[in-house]
Write a protein that binds this ligand. Structure first.
Ligand code: ADP
Length: 252
């Protein structure tokens, strides 16, 4: 396919006169989200998540013995995270080697998840979280956090709360919930937020671009509404898996 066809062109308007975005959503609408729990047999916990065109797999291993041992903490588990985009996840082939962006995102994702986990219950061990972005369309750090939190719960790791995440963008002067790549690319601002929704605690807040203080406050409010919706979907997906297991046990 020619480079011309593959290039993401900017449409003349990103939000039309009726307030509809390029994919037909309203400004305060999330992309369609699908969450599947326990999809990987060999991991202790796993989650496959689709958010619009984003496709993400999260796998959790542990708590397990840590090698090399000198990295172990005597009073708690350590949490290790790897965020990675597969080479075919974007239009232009991405090198499979970890980029600076992926190394930084692995760190911020770890910091967004860490406060939710009772690491002190598992001294001298590690909990390893792998996030593989199979297809990317903007907002993958947030979708990765949402998926990883479900995978951690699926692994049976005791948590204070789930963590759910979403970005708010600013496009043609308007705040938009859950920007896709096109809006991220041509918008004026992007603000990813992660929260422990029941505890009302923010574990990640980043912001790129220009916003007024008033816009920032509105963006945070919009993000929190999106996070509540995602949180309900996370809980629904977890409940669904365990109800299916219960039904299976009852039959046998
Ligand atoms: P996030 O995915 O959390 O929004 P960024 O703002 O860094 O993180 O990236 C926005 C989007 O840009 C990604 O979701 C992806 O669609 C695209 N992107 C990121 N890295 C690359 C890359 N190396 N090549 C092409 N597109 C990329």
């Amino acid at each position: 396919m020619s480079q011309l066809v593959r290039k993401v062109e900017r449409p003349p308007r990103l939000i039309d006169e009726e307030g509809r975005r390029a994919d037909g959503r309203k400004v305060d609408e999330l992309r369609r989200i699908k969450i599947e729990v326990g999809v990987l047999k060999n991991a202790d916990g796993s989650c496959y998540l689709e958010q619009g065109r984003n496709k993400i797999m999260a796998a959790v291993y542990g708590p397990r013995e840590l090698h090399p041992r000198h990295l172990a903490m005597p009073d708690r588990a350590i949490l290790r995270c790897r965020y990675h985009m597969v080479p075919f996840s974007v239009l232009e082939r991405k090198s499979p080697a970890p980029t600076r962006r992926e190394i930084e995102l692995s760190k911020v994702i770890r910091e967004a998840l860490e406060p939710a986990i009772f690491l002190e219950y598992f001294p001298r061990t590690t909990i390893d979280v792998f996030i593989e972005v199979i297809q990317a369309d903007g907002g993958t750090r947030c979708a990765g956090i949402t998926a990883a939190a479900v995978a951690l719960a699926d692994a049976g790791i005791p948590m204070r709360d789930l963590v759910a995440a979403i970005a708010v963008g600013k496009v043609e002067g308007q705040l938009v919930l859950d920007p896709m790549d096109l809006e991220d690319r041509y918008g004026e601002a992007d603000m990813p937020v992660a929260m422990m929704p029941s505890l009302g605690k923010i574990t990640l807040l980043q912001a790129d671009g220009l916003m007024t203080l008033e816009e920032f406050e509105k963006a945070l409010e919009l993000a929190m509404r999106g996070i509540k919706e995602i949180y309900n979907k996370q809980k629904e997906a977890l409940r669904e898996k365990y109800l299916a297991i219960k039904r299976e046990v009852e039959v046998t």
